[in-house]
Design a protein. Structure first.
Length: 56
């Protein structure tokens, strides 16, 4: 899920969230990259990113 809200003509905030429901045989990462070696199969992942931007 993603949302962007404008605070002014050049400034805004954004938020993103995601969830991966891994089964007993998968080890997928939310980022799409390699998973940490310590993460066993079947562990679900949740991620959230919030931020603010300003255009110059």
């Amino acid at each position: 899920m993603r949302t962007i809200r404008t605070l002014s003509k050049r400034t805004g905030v954004y938020g993103l969230s995601g969830y991966i429901d891994n089964n007993a045989h998968s080890n997928l990462a939310l980022s799409g990259g390699p998973t940490p070696a310590a993460l066993p199969n079947g562990v679900n992942q949740t991620g959230v990113m919030l931020g603010m931007f300003h255009r110059f």
